[in-house]
Design a protein around this ligand. Structure first.
Ligand SMILES: *Cc1c(COP(=O)(O)O)cnc(C)c1O
Length: 465
């Protein structure tokens, strides 16, 4: 029986000249079709060998090859619908950028640009000139350096300012972010010597002071981005640390993590220092990410006093961690909006998503239910419910924004299965499961995505019984 089935499997060549499949392939490279055919036939053979396949149906094989080929033709990195409500979702690409910034980016990368060319003088120019100007204007910083990401910024600052020297940091701030970024490891890599002081929950100014010796190179403050220590806690403020640094002639560096130019109290959240506040408190150097609350591209922005930033810029790691023109284009076009805060809140998607009123989110949720209800009456229970969204991106870990979700309770499917099927749609949907219901947080769903989202849900639930 199995032998007969194996014999019935068509030759690879049959599919390689199949008109339908060639049409799907279009002018893409032929090895992609070869791979799709081989993969599907291999699976088929394995299925027969395991006794799971009882017949060889050529039409079905062709369909499978077609869907496999479509998958191969599509970039592995593609759009998803973020229905988690987490605005800066590191796994989903953090900050989305606006159409206008994207248009500018397109113009820069589809042709040549004056990246390092001075059009007035007709010779080589400075790569970061305009970026530097905007950042100085926004923050009052004396000097600016921009690198690949904030992890790179921390490594660079420590390497340039504290190699071979001791860096004093509170035990409550020895953070790990996203698995591979750990302050003690970055410190070791930079050649600086970690000098931990205080305890997990309490660190006093005297702890820093008594750790200072002739080999102290830097006082470091790290924003505890993705957690909070609650209860009996004490930490030293940036101002106090700056005062201590001044007294002993030791520079102070703050890794701010998210780094916002806008006061988050505007969103009804509790106070977090802005980049401007941190600089005003007198730190010598501060660094933060370009794609967290800033809402731009992946980058690490370093601001501070000229004497230190100059040292940082001259370090060979700066060249190794340099940003490319795509990042530069997005950052520059995004940062300009901050020159007018109202514009930033309106034009930068991150801020737009964060500052939406619950009423607007609720309207979007109701619209989705409206699109779905007539089609899904017998397939699922739908309800608009209140819930809370997160800022994400390692910013404001305990703070929540009131939001509205569409809660879906499938009638003939488990919630887990619904979640799984939505993730495998052509435009996958990522939501969350809560109390046996599937929640679609409408804060992070764009209006243009509602139709696709509704179609996805309809298709996924339609085939559920
Ligand atoms: C996010 C974060 C980093 C890492 O920044 P990336 O831009 O992701 O490299 C470093 N330090 C702190 C405190 C952070 O919050």
């Amino acid at each position: 029986m199995k032998k007969e089935l194996f014999r019935q499997i068509p030759k690879v060549d049959v599919f390689l000249s199949d008109k339908e499949l060639l049409e799907v392939l279009g002018d893409s490279p032929r090895p992609l079709l070869v791979k799709a055919v081989r993969d599907v036939l291999e699976d088929l053979r394995a299925g027969i060998a395991a006794g799971k396949v009882q017949e060889v149906d050529v039409d079905r094989i062709r369909e499978e090859i077609k869907s496999e080929l479509k998958k191969l033709l599509r970039p592995k990195l593609h759009r998803v619908i973020n229905a988690t409500g987490v605005v800066l979702h590191t796994n989903l690409g953090r900050a989305p950028i606006s159409e206008r910034v994207a248009e500018h980016l397109k113009e820069i990368i589809t042709g040549y640009s004056n990246l390092e060319y001075d059009l007035e003088k007709g010779k080589r120019g400075l790569r970061y000139r305009n970026l530097e100007w905007i950042l100085k204007e926004l923050t009052g910083a004396e000097d600016v350096c921009v690198v690949n990401n904030n992890a790179g910024a921390v490594l660079l600052v420590l390497s340039a300012l504290a190699k071979g020297k001791e860096v004093i940091v509170s035990r409550g701030e020895l953070i790990e972010i996203g698995g591979s970024f750990r302050i003690p490891d970055v410190m070791a890599q930079s050649g600086a010597i970690l000098k931990e002081v205080g305890t997990t929950n309490k660190t006093h100014l005297r702890d820093y002071e008594s750790a200072i010796n002739e080999n102290t190179g830097l006082l470091l403050k790290v924003h505890t981005s993705n957690y909070k220590i609650l209860g009996f806690t004490e930490s030293v403020s940036t101002e106090e640390l700056v005062e201590l640094g001044r007294r002993y002639g030791i520079p102070v560096y703050e890794d701010l993590g998210s780094g916002s130019f806008i006061d988050v109290r505007k969103l009804g959240l509790s106070y977090e220092p802005t980049v401007q506040d941190v600089l005003k408190s007198g730190v010598d150097v501060v660094s933060f990410s370009g794609d967290k609350l800033l809402g731009g591209a992946q980058a690490g922005i370093i601001l501070g006093k000229k004497e230190f930033i100059e040292k940082i810029k001259k370090h060979p790691l700066n060249r190794a961690l340099r940003i490319d023109k795509m990042t530069l284009a997005v950052l520059e076009a995004t940062l300009v909006y901050y020159l007018d805060e109202e514009k930033a809140l309106k034009e930068i998607p991150t801020w737009r998503l964060l500052s939406q009123s619950p009423a607007v989110i609720r309207e979007r949720a109701e619209k989705l239910v409206e699109l779905l209800k007539p089609r899904l009456l017998d397939k699922a229970l739908l309800e608009v419910v209140e819930d809370e969204s997160e800022v994400g991106g390692g910013a404001l870990p305990l703070q929540r924004l009131p939001t509205y979700c569409v809660a879906v309770k499938p009638l003939s499917l488990s919630v887990g299965e619904l979640d799984c099927r939505l993730r495998s749609c052509e435009v996958p949907v990522i939501g969350r499961i809560k109390d046996e219901r599937y929640l679609l947080d409408m804060r992070t769903v764009f209006d243009e995505e509602l139709e696709i989202l509704a179609n996805n849900l309809f298709r996924v639930l339609k085939g559920s019984s």
